[in-house]
Design a protein around this ligand. Structure first.
Ligand SMILES: [Zn+2]
Length: 277
């Protein structure tokens, strides 16, 4: 079992990284896709994954760097032999972002979807294809169960990412707990609750310690990542969503995290795999 980082970058293209996306592998098959930022569809292919294997897609939120390659994944799936529905979970909407159900409809549904040539996937009653099953997840600071099958259980909490509706995700598989912070400024205790005793905690290293203003309202600095990782007793910390403002500052970032968290820390690169024994 492993978590694979498909995209370890943020929105910037100059970082030579795909934007945010993660896979959870088990027994040679991909069970979960978390986010699908730009460039991650190419990485998905490079990883050897197939969309027909995926049990569930989880979105942290709908900024471009977390969602723009979703249509590419879906169009690829069109050429595979997938029969069962594909559940897609993400946040509810507000005036700044679509809900998850709106997002899928705006992409694929008749009559106005941008890629309505794939409406068979999105619109009930149309024959000939598997169906996308989008759900908008209303969550608070206490983890809520969102999805379960014979292999995985999925939980979410709401996290604060400026004015944008956002979720953090926990996937439990084979007795392991894997937690994805998504983009958040770390406010409140929901993420700590979700990450409690996590075997792997993927947190976003989008801003340096001294970030202020909008940057700080949207993202958590290293000291906050360290405090959450320590309070939640996470067993391993992976830093992703690396941006030009944090790349090259790894020593400083690690030192800030080390003030509270003493477990192993890794800085992710595209296609890195983190096994869970
Ligand atoms: Zn982001």
């Amino acid at each position: 079992m492993a978590v694979q980082v498909l995209g370890s970058g943020g929105p910037e293209l100059q970082d030579k990284r795909a934007s945010t996306s993660y896979l959870i592998w088990d027994h040679g098959s991909v069970l979960v896709v978390v986010d699908a930022g730009g460039g991650s569809a190419l990485r998905f292919g490079e990883s050897g994954a197939h969309m027909s294997q995926v049990d569930v897609v989880l979105f942290s939120h709908f900024h471009v760097d977390h969602s723009s390659d979703f249509p590419a994944l879906i169009f690829s799936s069109w050429f595979e032999d997938r029969k069962r529905p594909l559940p897609v979970f993400g946040p509810p909407g507000n005036e700044f972002m679509p809900s998850t159900t709106e997002f899928v409809r705006d992409l694929f549904s008749e009559p106005h979807g941008a890629w309505r040539h794939l409406s068979e996937l999105a619109d009930p009653g149309s024959a000939g294809s598997y169906k996308l099953e989008p759900h908008s997840v209303v969550a608070g600071p206490v983890p809520v169960p969102v999805f379960r099958n014979s292999e995985i259980s999925v939980y979410a909490v709401r996290v604060i990412h400026g004015v944008f509706p956002a979720l953090a995700w926990r996937v439990e598989v084979g007795g392991k707990r894997i937690v994805f912070s998504g983009d958040t400024n770390g406010e409140g205790d929901g993420l700590t609750r979700l990450a409690l005793d996590a075997d792997l905690f993927v947190a976003h290293n989008a801003v340096p310690e001294r970030a202020t203003g909008v940057e700080r309202r949207l993202h958590m600095p290293p000291s906050v990542i360290g405090t959450i990782a320590a309070n939640a007793h996470v067993k391993r910390l992976v830093l992703s969503h690396r941006m030009l403002r944090t790349l090259g500052k790894e020593d400083e970032t690690q030192a800030e995290i080390r003030r509270s968290y003493s477990g192993p820390i890794a800085f992710a690169n595209d296609l890195d795999c983190f096994p869970l024994q």
